[in-house]
Design a protein around this ligand. Structure first.
Ligand SMILES: [Zn+2]
Ligand SMILES: [Zn+2]
Length: 284
């Protein structure tokens, strides 16, 4: 899609800055390289195209008279309405994915989303850690796909672009927001803004556990007021104690290909401890 070029360029600039500032040094296992590399390659080249075809087919089947039916609507209200709808649906889809950690009926959804959380670090490459089947289930793809079919391709493209850019800001290793949040005069106002918009610290919390980690909080991509409304807002003090998923780490093949590839838990456990764990314990 046309928005993908600029997104890749911005990702590359932030990535390069993170690398030059040493934020990627010594954090990756071989499995991380496999997961990030294959997901970054196969998602744009294969699965997003297949998901697009599926969603376009479903739209044509369910709304045979709908092609281009909303094309006459003005761009700005369409963009705002679509953005709100996508964020609302994503909030709930994302929340259900995390509830799959506790609810057996949603376990499959958590395993698809878990790939994004299994990295024990935060930087822009985490935005590429996406299981190949996420594009088929995430509400964002379905709603923007239907919007394209209905004639709102420009609004849908802008919504996807906005979400991509916000994800880059909130996944980047840089925590510029901490200084503002702690500022004696600006801190209070910034915390107020964090009730409306998701900051990097808030999404880092969502990827963390232990102190200031909050896997069951901050589900929205952009609009924190959804978390505020539905009781899942968490504004952190600092970085979480750990990033990633506690306990046994998923097998790289399952991370990428689940549900096509399923590795028994007994095989996944053992021999998977990250060397960084030992270093962190030594430092602590
Ligand atoms: Zn999540
Ligand atoms: Zn994330």
């Amino acid at each position: 899609m046309s928005y993908y070029g600029p997104v890749l360029a911005v990702t590359a600039v932030i990535l390069l800055t993170e690398i030059l500032m040493g934020r990627h040094r010594g954090i990756y296992r071989r499995d991380d390289i496999l997961v990030i590399g294959l997901c970054a390659l196969l998602n744009p080249l294969v699965t997003r195209a297949l998901a697009g075809l599926l969603i376009a087919g479903a739209a044509a089947l369910l709304l045979p008279q709908g092609k281009g039916a909303l094309a006459h609507l003005p761009l700005l209200p369409s963009y705002i309405g679509l953005f709100l709808l996508v964020e609302f649906a994503f909030y709930w889809g994302h929340r259900w994915a995390h509830e799959g950690q506790r609810r057996p009926a949603l376990r499959w959804l958590w395993k698809i989303h878990r790939t994004h959380h299994a990295g024990r670090y935060m930087n822009v490459l985490v935005t590429q850690r996406i299981n190949l089947f996420w594009s088929f289930v995430v509400p964002t793809a379905w709603i923007t796909g239907f919007a394209v079919y209905l004639g709102q391709g420009m609004a849908a493209g802008l919504v996807v672009l906005t979400i991509f850019c916000w994800n880059l800001i909130t996944h980047s290793h840089f925590r510029w927001d901490d200084a503002i949040r702690r500022h004696p005069r600006l801190g209070r106002a910034f915390r107020g803004i964090e009730h409306l918009l998701i900051s990097p610290g808030m999404h880092h919390s969502h990827h963390g556990y232990g102190k200031d980690g909050a896997s069951y909080r901050n589900y929205a991509v952009t609009f924190a007021f959804l978390d505020w409304m539905f009781g899942t807002l968490h504004i952190p003090e600092g970085r979480p104690w750990r990033y990633g998923v506690p306990g046994a780490q998923p097998h790289w093949a399952e991370e990428i290909f689940y549900p096509l590839v399923r590795i028994p838990a007994s095989v996944q456990e053992g021999g998977k401890a990250h060397p960084a764990d030992a270093e962190e314990k030594a430092v602590a």
